[in-house]
Every structure is written in C-alpha cells, then in structure tokens.
Design a protein around this ligand. Structure first.
Ligand SMILES: [Zn+2]
Length: 292
C-alpha cells in the first residue's frame, strides 16, 4: 500500500502544470465526470469592493527604476525555488494554504463553479490567483469572488508568462525576455486588481509558477510577494478526482497547495471535495496566504 502510494505520488509529482501552461489548446480534453460536490448555492455578497483613490494603481517602483537596477544582472536559478519565493503557508501550526489559479487565455478562461461553491459551503478559505485575461472573461464571477472575505485575490500575471529576465521557457511557453518585461507582466494586472479591489494585491504567482532569481527580486521590489507551491494538487488540472485527493491529502503542516479554478471539466473540484474533510478530520485548518 505504502509502496504503491509512493509510486503514484512520484508519478503525480512529475506531472506538468498544464492548467497554467497556456499552449493555445482548447479547454476540453479532460475526461468528464459527474460532480459529487453539493449543488451550488446562490451567494449574495455583503461587501462590495470600493476602489480607493488613495491606493496607487502603479507599483512602488517605476519600470525605468527596475530596468536600471536589474537590466544588467544575470540570473543563476530557474524553477520553482528561487530565493525569496514563497512555497509554504505563512501561518504556523497544522495549517494548509489552498491556492487556485485562473490562468485565462485560450487554454483556460473557464470557471469551476463547483469548486468555488464547495469552498463557500464548507467555509474553506483560499487564495485565488487571477490572470488579467481571466478577469476580463469572467467579470461577474470576479465581482462576487472579490467581495467575499473567504477568498484572497492574488495576481496571476498580465499575459501569463514564466518570469524570466532572459526569455527562459517553461512547459513550452516562452518567458519574459528582460527586466522591463518582468515589470510589465506584474504591473499590468497589479494595476487592474488595484483598481478593481481598491487595494493592491499582496501576492503574485507567475504563469507556470517559474521564476529566475532576478525576476523574483523584481516582484519583491514591486511590492508583491512571489509565490510558487510545494504541493502540486491537480497537475495543472489534468488529474482525476482520485489523483487530486491522494495528492492533497498527502500535504503536511504548512503546505502550500496549487490547484486550478479555470478547468471545470477537470478533477479538481471533486478531488478537493474529497480531500478537505479528510484533512479537517486530521486536525488541519485552512488558511489564506495572508493569514498568520
Ligand atoms: Zn496559470
């Protein structure tokens, strides 16, 4: 049992973040499955995001300042673990941070209503990383999510690009090519979210969650915390419900789980619905990234 589970986990760990890999493929292709989570409920927001004129829509630094500081520096790292990138929940103790990306673009502007409704019905907080294109495609859903204290909204980029200062690729997606393009990728959606939420986002996760070490420093300079993950919860929305459940229930204290909320045809909603009660029974509580 243990051996087979390890084998399965190893296989899952090798899966790509396809849900974040906007390869221009149609959103379909995942095996459809009946959704076992409770029926959606109508949610009535009690708080409306109120844009504040005191919240600047531009980051703390200018593009020119970023280019001057980092334009001539060479990176030494490429992947999920660049220095300064958050891979664990900030809260201490027996906690798990569930995070869900909405990648947007041709491969991922869907909305997993069943997943969000499960979180609502069971009062499970989560951090939602929304890409600029996904927000444009889902304005009504965005307004509801932004008004709910249960959810924290993070920045998932403007064009959903791996964050590189040299054009490195991840999952076949060419990354940003220089420090200025890193700035643009963060700043575009930073401005949109600040305008819509009335405050700037605290957390940023790049498309594919890849960073080089210089790009991660740029995000920090711009006033956001770069985030990756340490549990790949749904393999880029390619996992079956059983694979999601096995992977997520293997999370330990402080885990930062990545999943996707833009592929309702995938196994994420059912897998999360299966995993959450198991983790709760083990004494875990769920936190947003800003919770401490
Ligand atoms: Zn993504």
């Amino acid at each position: 049992m243990l051996t087979s589970r390890r084998t399965m986990l190893a296989a899952l760990a090798a899966s790509a973040l396809a849900g974040c890999a906007d390869l221009g493929a149609p959103a379909g292709g995942h095996p459809s499955a009946s959704v076992a989570v409770p029926r959606p409920v109508v949610f009535t927001p009690t708080v409306s995001p109120t844009p504040s004129p005191s919240s600047p829509a531009t980051p703390l630094v200018t593009r020119a300042q970023i280019v001057a500081r980092y334009g001539n520096l060479s990176p030494h790292y490429w992947g999920f673990g660049a220095p300064g990138v958050l891979r664990h929940a900030l809260a201490a103790g027996r906690v798990i941070a569930l995070t869900f990306d909405a990648c947007g673009g041709p491969g991922g502007s869907g909305y997993d209503q069943a997943l969000i409704d499960f979180l609502r019905q069971h009062d499970v907080p989560a951090t939602l990383f929304l890409n600029s294109r996904w927000i444009d495609a889902n304005p009504a859903a965005f307004r509801l999510l932004a008004a709910e204290p249960l959810f924290e909204i993070g920045n998932h980029g403007t064009r959903h690009l791996p964050l590189s200062v040299t054009g490195r690729s991840a999952y076949g997606i060419p990354g940003t090519r220089n420090a200025g393009e890193v700035y643009d990728e963060v700043a575009g959606n930073h401005a949109k979210l600040t305008r819509l939420l009335g405050r700037p986002p605290r957390f940023f996760r790049s498309g594919t969650a890849y960073y080089d070490d210089i790009a991660a420093r740029i995000v920090t300079d711009m006033g956001e915390t770069p985030v990756t993950f340490n549990v790949n919860g749904d393999g880029g929305a390619t996992f079956t419900p059983a694979q999601v459940s096995v992977t997520v229930t293997a999370a330990g204290p402080g885990s930062l789980v990545i999943g996707h909320m833009n592929h309702p045809e995938g196994g994420t909603a059912q897998g999360i619905a299966a995993a959450v009660p198991i983790l709760a029974a083990r004494g875990y509580r769920f936190v947003r990234l800003s919770d401490d």
